[in-house]
Write a new protein. Structure first.
Lengths: 308, 292
């Protein structure tokens, strides 16, 4: 057991453990933030979305409510569940409004300085016993936690996209994270309907740690002429039972996003397996980012090409 | 008219019997060869048992089962394959053994018969070299269990004639599988991609990234994989993977294929996965390495 995290003027994180979570805040009203807000609101917690200006806040709430309404239409939630979850959602652009939350989930732009600043800003506002979750995919949780005067209550919680639909949350633990914070985090996520796995704070955690070199290897096999886009996808889905082949997946993720994640992991690990293969650079240079541009490894033919 | 009329399958181990079944199920005559009659009987009984299970689960009708078994003739005499126009070799994964068998096959069949090896880890080019007229030799890599896995890699050796590859691609389609044409490189395509991933997972597990359970769970839930990498290794057999990845490493000197030390230790300890009851996800708390 890790010794209980203590702070002379504030008591222990454990003291808050018995208290159930009553209010949740999500910092950042983007895709991940609004998705995570859906998760919390749907689980029954009053949830406040915070962002820098009212327009972003409004958009975030609209996105979250829109998702809930769609769940209702698809029969995933009853009308009363949609109504209750939607009513749980509020928004603010004033940090002071978050004073009484028990869990803050930070889901701002994937930039270390920005995330640290967010945590530093929370220090003076929220209770020292409140949990801080940071939703990062490629940044070190330990470095983000260093932005807080209470790093022991900072836990990495990496949601998969789309957050309301994907069961998995990777719980990443820094050397400074307290055992109580880990336990409370897992309990919170369990109540939110998520399945958690516990991982050390290492680049890529579990999923991206293994996915990125896998996809890079598939791209290199393509570059080396070991197969075609179609044959490699067919071989992988057929022989390994993956739900989709590497190139179909890369087209969905976006070549630019793959490049960004791979580069960030490479910068931290200095292991050439993580370095994006040259073909990815070429495709990005050509504007072939995947489905979103109508062309990636496959041609989706639904976007007008230049000159067509 | 199919690509081949009579297919000989050599070796009725796990792979050979599955291949014999797949080919016979497609209505093609199969000559199933083993080294003695006992092995022939065991192999054919296993095919019958697999089909019985299929009947019980409603995947195969009793009539299909009977017709499949009728198509297979067992023999312990290699000369009986004389009529075969395709031979699929599925004997033990050992270079010398396979080269010897392939040379004997070449002496037993007509000069135009296509000779295929179901090797997963050996060089098809090197195996073909043991056969007179090697242009008719290729790899036909089935995955385990052959009756259920939808993909077959068609491996062109350096010597393989183009029409032989094309005929094999056609044949794989006829027996209801998806052909994937691949180069004769270590691991071909699927294992070339799979082995570094499995090695990487073992190394990170050894480095305490997360528990074996959580690594498997994360990859299943996060990526929709049917099996996590460590339970997959238990299924494949740690010894089998160790052998394959060591072969690939020796052939490429690429560190991605080098067996991670924990894998080597577990193989040395006899923790081979399901077949020995101990592995990454098996064996309980007494399996010190795997229970952290």
């Amino acid at each position: 057991m890790t010794p209980a995290a203590t702070s002379p003027e504030t008591g222990t994180v454990e003291e808050a453990a018995s208290g159930a979570v009553k209010r949740v805040a999500v910092i950042g009203a983007g895709t991940m933030g609004s998705g995570i807000a859906v998760v919390a609101a749907r689980a029954g917690w009053p949830t406040t979305i915070y962002d820098l200006d009212e327009t972003r806040v409004k958009n975030g709430i609209e996105t979250a409510r829109g998702f809930l309404a769609k769940s209702g239409k698809l029969g995933k939630l009853s009308a009363s569940q949609v109504e209750a979850a939607s009513a749980n959602l509020t928004g603010t652009s004033r940090l002071a409004d978050l004073a009484d939350v028990d869990v803050v989930i930070e889901a701002v732009f994937e930039d270390l300085a920005v995330k640290k600043e967010v945590l530093a800003g929370l220090d003076g506002v929220i209770a020292p016993t409140a949990l801080i979750h940071t939703n990062t995919s490629t940044l070190p949780v330990t470095a983000i936690a260093a932005g807080s005067v209470h790093p022991e209550r900072v836990v990495g919680t990496h949601y998969c996209n789309p957050a309301p639909m994907m069961d998995l949350v990777e719980v990443a633990v820094s050397p400074r994270t307290s055992t109580a914070a880990i336990e409370r985090t897992r309990d919170f996520l369990r109540r939110a309907g998520k399945t958690t796995v516990l991982t050390k704070d290492r680049p890529g955690f579990i999923v991206n740690r293994f996915l990125i070199p896998w996809e890079n290897n598939c791209i290199r096999a393509l570059e080396a002429g070991l197969g075609t886009v179609e044959s490699i996808d067919a071989a992988v889905t057929g022989a390994l039972g993956h739900p989709m082949g590497p190139f179909k997946l890369l087209d969905i993720v976006g070549l630019d996003i793959h490049h960004q994640v791979a580069s960030r992991l490479y910068e931290q690990l200095r292991d050439p397996r993580f370095a994006p293969p040259p073909l990815v650079d070429r495709m990005i240079a050509a504007g072939d980012l995947g489905r979103k541009t109508g062309r990636g490894f496959y041609d989706y033919g639904d976007t007008k090409l230049f000159g067509s | 008219m199919g690509a081949f009329r009579t297919v000989a399958v050599l070796g009725l181990g796990l792979m050979g019997r599955g291949i014999a079944q797949v080919v016979a199920q497609a209505g093609v005559r199969v000559i199933a060869v083993e080294t003695d009659q006992d092995r022939v009987d065991t192999g054919l009984a296993a095919v019958a048992a697999f089909l019985d299970e299929g009947v019980r689960r409603g995947k195969v009708t009793a009539e299909q089962r009977a017709r499949t078994m009728e198509k297979i003739t067992g023999t312990a005499v290699l000369a009986d394959i004389a009529e075969a126009d395709l031979v699929i070799e599925a004997v033990v994964e050992n270079r010398d053994a396979k080269r010897e068998v392939l040379a004997a096959v070449a002496a037993a069949v007509g000069p135009k018969a296509v000779i295929a090896s179901n090797t997963s880890a050996l060089s098809v080019t090197d195996l073909a070299e043991a056969v007179p007229a090697p242009e008719r030799v290729a790899g036909l890599h089935f995955f385990n269990p052959a009756p259920l896995m939808p993909v077959v890699e068609v491996v062109a050796a350096l010597q393989t004639a183009r029409p032989v590859v094309e005929t094999l691609v056609e044949f794989v389609g006829e027996i209801g599988k998806t052909p994937v044409e691949v180069k004769d490189r270590p691991g071909f395509l699927v294992n070339r991609l799979l082995m570094p991933y499995l090695n990487d997972v073992v190394a990170e597990f050894d480095a305490d990234l997360a528990s074996a359970e959580d690594i498997d769970l994360a990859l299943k839930l996060g990526l929709g994989y049917r099996m996590g990498p460590l339970e997959l290794l238990d299924l494949i057999g740690l010894d089998t993977h160790h052998h394959a990845t060591t072969s690939a490493y020796e052939a490429t000197l690429d560190p991605q294929f080098a067996p991670p030390p924990l894998l080597t230790q577990m193989v040395a300890a006899g923790f081979h996965g399901r077949k020995t009851g101990r592995g990454f996800r098996l064996g309980g708390t007494d399996t010190q390495e795997a229970s952290r």
